[in-house]
Each structure stands twice: as structure tokens, then as C-alpha cells.
Design a protein around this ligand. Structure first.
Ligand code: HEM
Ligand code: HEM
Ligand SMILES: [Fe+2]
Length: 466
């Protein structure tokens, strides 16, 4: 019998192979597309962290110019952040391809298109990384990839949206699917605003934030709500209507506060001063839906007294809710009022929040979905939680260490540079120690990610609870 007819994947080196499909675990054959999205995402995540270590080294030590010439900070920073965006988008897409068939109760419209689209994104990603080494960049932080590559991304995104939409149109419609499709469409539309270059820099930044802020504090929240709702319904067995009711409420609040909250980026770019008020008030309110989400996640379990069998997935789901609260809620709120942001703007305090929020909210969200789907795709229904738990705590404590150390560096920077009025480099001298701490935790972060990736790909079937 050939590998194809048994549904087996040929074994890949390093044990990264799917194994035969168990129809009870993975009801639709086309869900298996998601596996390659997840594997690619995790590999890029490892690469992102490796580059992150180099960034920390650049701050912690004085590097000889000859090395800086080869690996300049600007280039490697662009790699770190673009790898971040790419792996997270691939994670969301994989998540969508995994959940859509189960929700719509039919196979994905076109599996071929789904694979083609993955290749399009990966090739574009590699081209972008190689391009950065030759200085081929658009220069907008997080969205550095040059316009010709942007067009390829748009084509990839259109194929993705078409494929997901056709599946939904032809299948069953649920609130989760509506939310997911809405979020993904919003996400893709916003990307277009970052593409043109406006000669007036204030206007250029104005629209740049439409992508950066409205992604993480708008569109991605919708996608997150849909993915989290799907996973929570599956692992808690709580009635769909209960989860969906809160989904609507929280999402409405997210959109209401998040849209106007964009103003917290318009304080110092030359936009009218009314944004100081709008941004300050609405972005401070953004914490409310985040708190609601955390409370709701706890209540979901308490209200119904459900015993959760999938401990690993539940741990990551709880981590997402708490990470969201700490990284986005607490650390975001800390510098969102104009009176404070006046001093902290663009300092390491921003970077500290960026790390805690991105990992806490979207890193853990993606890993929640990966931990739900990947063992199933590998034909594993129960596995030992131990190494997954280790991975979780190593990653969470390391990112907390990184965030706190960057935060302290940021307070020093703010004080020395903006209160005392000393030069940029004087402040950097005082910050170096704290970047050595960032580097220390960074090494553990890499370890946590490798343990997680490795165990997710190799965890064996046991009779113990997972
Ligand atoms: C999960 C959601 C969030 C993520 C992933 C996130 C991520 C980020 C990142 C990466 C930046 C830096 C952008 C740059 O300058 O290059 C940033 C800036 C900022 N974020 Fe967030 N954020 C989130 C939610 C929030 C929330 C809810 C608030 C307010 C309550 C907030 C307040 C801010 C502020 C004020 C800045 C600008 C800092 C400055 O002036 O330098 N963020 N965020
Ligand atoms: C080994 C672990 C890591 C280290 C040592 C590290 C280090 C750094 C450094 C030094 C910067 C440059 C900050 C600047 O421009 O001054 C940076 C930027 C950034 N990193 Fe990391 N990073 C790590 C992991 C991560 C992870 C896991 C995430 C998210 C999931 C992340 C997200 C970001 C973001 C969003 C920025 C841009 C921040 C901003 O615009 O202010 N990094 N990182
Ligand atoms: Fe924002």
C-alpha cells in the first residue's frame, strides 16, 4: 500500500511527520493543511528569537565596527520584527484552516490553494530577509518589506480570504466563523494602508498606525476571540451559546475602544491636539474588555464545574488571558496617558510593553491553538504534560524577565535622557547592565521555545492525562 492511500505522510528527518489521520481527532482531511502552517510558524519563531539575542548583544556590549558593518542593528531589528509578524500570521492562517472545516462542517474549498498560499508567504518571507541584508527595505518599522513584495503578500492574502470565505459560504455558518472572517478581512484591508509612501511624514505615520495599532488592538483581537472561543468550546464542553454571547460583547468593546484608542499614537506626530484627549481616554478604556476576557475565561470553567482533560491547552489558554492582561492591559495602560507618554515615548518602556503584549497575547494564543491541533494532527490523543509545562513556564518567566529588564532600562533612559537632559549615548551607558539581563533571559527564552517545538512534534501517546 502506498503512503498516500493509507493517509500516511512519509517520515521527515527530525521526526517532523504527521502520522496517519485519526478521524475521531481530526474529522476533516483538509484540516491537515494546518500542520505545515504550524511547523513553518514554529521554525520562524525559533529564528526570531535567535535574531533577538543578537539585538540584546548589540545593546549589552560595545560591538567592533567591523561586526556591526555585517550585522547592523537596523537590519537585524527588521528581521526580528518581520519574522514575528510572519510567524504569527502563518499561525493565524493555520488556525483558520484547522477550525473552519470543523465549524463549517465541510472540507476546505481548495487544499491546493491553501498549500500554494503557504509557499507564496514563505518565499516572500525568505526574499524579504535576503533583501534586508542588501538594504532592500521600505524603512517603516514592522512593515519594512518593499512594495513589490507587498503586492505578492496581497495576492497571498486574497487567495487565503477567498479560500476561507468559499468554505464558509458553502458550509454551515456560525458566530465563530463570522468573527473569524470579519477579523481576517479587516486585517487584510488594513495592510493596504501601510503600502503607499506619503511624502508628508505626519500623514505617513498616521496611516502606518492604522496597520500596526489597528492590527494588534483591533483585527487580531477578533481573530483571537474566534480561535479562543473554538478551543474553549472544545476543551471545556461548555455550551456554544454561552461562549458566543461573551464573544460578541467583548469584541464590541474591543472595537469601540481600540478604534478610537489609535489616538494614543497621534500625540507627537504632528496630528491635531484633540488626539491627546481622544487617545488618552479611549486607550485607557481598552483595558476593560481585556479584564472581561480574563474574568470570562475563569468563569467559563467555574460556572459549569467542568473538568478539563486537556490540561496543556487549558494552561496556554489561561496564559493567553493573563498575558493579555499583563502585557497589553497593565504595561499598555502604564504609558498610554499623554502626560506619561510625553516622557516615555519610543523608549525601552515601549519595547518592554511590546514584548510582554505580543508574546502574552498573541504568542500564547498561537501556541494554545498549536497545542490543541498539532498532537491531534500527529494522531496523539493523550500525552504527558511534563515537558509542555516546562516549556510554558520557561517561556513565560523568560519573557517576563526580558520585559522587566527592558522596563528598568526604559525608566533609566527616560530619567537620564528626558528628565536630566543628558545625551542618548550617556543614557545607553547606564542601560547596558539591564540588557545583559535581557540577554540572560533571552537564552532561556530560546530554550523554552526549542523545548516546546521539539515536544509538540515528538510527544508520544500515553494513557496519562494531558
Ligand atoms: C495585544 C495587544 C497589544 C500589542 C501586541 C501591543 C504592541 C505594541 C508595540 C509593538 C508597540 C510599539 C510600536 C512602535 O513604536 O514600534 C506598542 C506601542 C504602544 N502601545 Fe501597545 N500593544 C497592545 C495593546 C495596547 C493597549 C491595550 C494599550 C493601552 C492601554 C497600549 C498602549 C501602547 C502605547 C501608548 C504605545 C506607544 C508607546 C510610545 O509612545 O512609544 N497597547 N504597542
Ligand atoms: C530572546 C528573546 C528576545 C530578545 C533578547 C529580544 C530583544 C529585542 C530587542 C533588543 C529589540 C530592539 C528594541 C529596540 O529597538 O530598542 C526587540 C524588538 C522587538 N521584539 Fe524582541 N526579543 C526577544 C524575543 C521577542 C519575542 C518572543 C517577541 C514577541 C513575541 C518579540 C517582539 C519584539 C517586538 C514587537 C519588537 C519591536 C519593539 C518596539 O517596536 O518597540 N521579541 N527585541
Ligand atoms: Fe496602540
Amino acid at each position: 500500500m502506498s503512503a498516500r492511500s493509507t493517509g500516511m505522510q512519509p517520515a521527515a528527518p527530525g521526526g517532523i511527520a504527521m502520522g496517519p489521520r485519526d478521524e475521531k481527532l481530526v474529522p476533516y482531511a483538509s484540516q491537515r493543511v494546518a500542520y505545515w502552517y504550524f511547523v513553518s510558524a514554529l521554525a520562524l519563531f525559533v529564528l526570531q528569537i535567535v535574531v533577538g539575542l543578537w539585538l540584546a548583544i548589540s545593546y549589552a556590549f560595545t560591538i567592533p565596527q567591523s561586526v556591526v558593518d555585517v550585522l547592523p542593528f537596523g537590519m537585524t531589528r527588521a528581521m526580528h520584527t518581520n519574522l514575528l509578524v510572519l510567524w504569527m500570521l502563518l499561525g493565524f492562517m493555520g488556525g483558520a484552516y484547522y477550525l473552519v472545516p470543523e465549524e463549517a462542517e465541510r472540507e476546505i474549498y481548495s487544499v491546493k490553494l491553501a498549500y500554494f498560499q503557504l509557499i507564496v508567504f514563505l518565499v516572500t518571507g525568505v526574499a524579504a530577509l535576503v533583501g534586508f541584508t542588501f538594504g532592500w527595505t521600505q524603512g517603516k518599522p514592522l512593515l519594512e518589506i518593499p512594495t513589490p513584495l507587498d503586492f505578492i503578500v496581497v495576492v497571498g492574502a486574497l487567495i487565503f480570504l477567498f479560500n476561507v470565505a468559499m468554505t464558509v459560504i458553502k458550509g454551515k455558518k456560525t458566530a465563530i466563523l463570522g468573527m473569524l472572517l470579519g477579523g481576517l478581512t479587516f486585517l487584510a484591508l488594513l495592510y493596504l494602508f501601510g503600502m503607499p509612501f506619503y511624502r508628508n511624514l505626519s500623514i505617513d505615520w498616521f496611516y502606518w498606525w492604522w496597520v500596526v495599532h489597528l492590527w494588534v488592538e483591533g483585527a487580531w483581537e477578533l481573530v483571537t476571540a474566534a480561535i479562543l472561543a473554538f478551543v474553549l468550546i472544545k476543551i471545556t464542553g461548555v455550551d456554544r451559546r454561552v461562549v458566543e454571547k461573551y464573544l460578541y460583547l467583548e469584541t464590541a468593546l474591543f472595537l469601540f475602544t481600540g478604534l478610537a484608542g489609535t489616538g494614543h499614537h497621534y500625540y507627537w506626530i504632528g496630528a491635531p491636539s484633540t488626539w491627546l484627549w481622544i487617545g488618552g481616554i479611549f486607550s485607557a478604556m481598552e483595558v476593560l474588555p481585556i479584564i472581561a476576557m480574563v474574568v470570562d475565561t475563569f468563569l467559563t470553567q467555574r460556572r459549569h464545574g467542568v473538568v478539563i482533560k486537556e490540561k496543556v491547552v487549558w494552561m496556554f489558554a489561561l496564559g493567553t488571558a493573563i498575558g493579555h492582561l499583563v502585557g497589553a492591559g497593565v504595561f499598555g495602560f502604564a504609558h498610554t496617558l499623554p502626560q506619561i507618554n510625553y516622557y516615555t515615548h519610543g523608549s525601552q518602556i515601549t519595547s518592554s510593553h511590546g514584548h510582554l503584549a505580543f508574546f502574552g497575547a498573541y504568542g500564547l494564543l498561537n501556541l494554545t491553538m498549536f497545542w490543541y491541533a498539532v498532537p491531534r494532527l500527529r494522531g496523539v490523543s493523550r500525552f504527558k504534560a511534563s515537558l509542555a509545562t516546562w516549556g510554558f513556564w520557561i517561556m513565560c518567566l523568560s519573557i517576563l524577565g526580558i520585559g522587566i529588564a527592558m522596563g528598568i532600562a526604559g525608566v533609566i533612559q527616560t530619567y537620564v535622557e528626558r528628565v536630566m537632559g543628558e545625551s542618548f549615548m550617556t543614557a545607553q551607558g547606564y542601560m547596558q547592565l539591564w540588557f545583559k539581563v535581557v540577554l540572560f533571559f533571552g537564552v532561556f527564552m530560546l530554550l523554552g521555545v526549542i523545548v516546546t517545538f521539539w515536544y509538540m512534534m515528538t510527544a508520544k501517546q500515553t494513557n496519562e492525562e494531558r
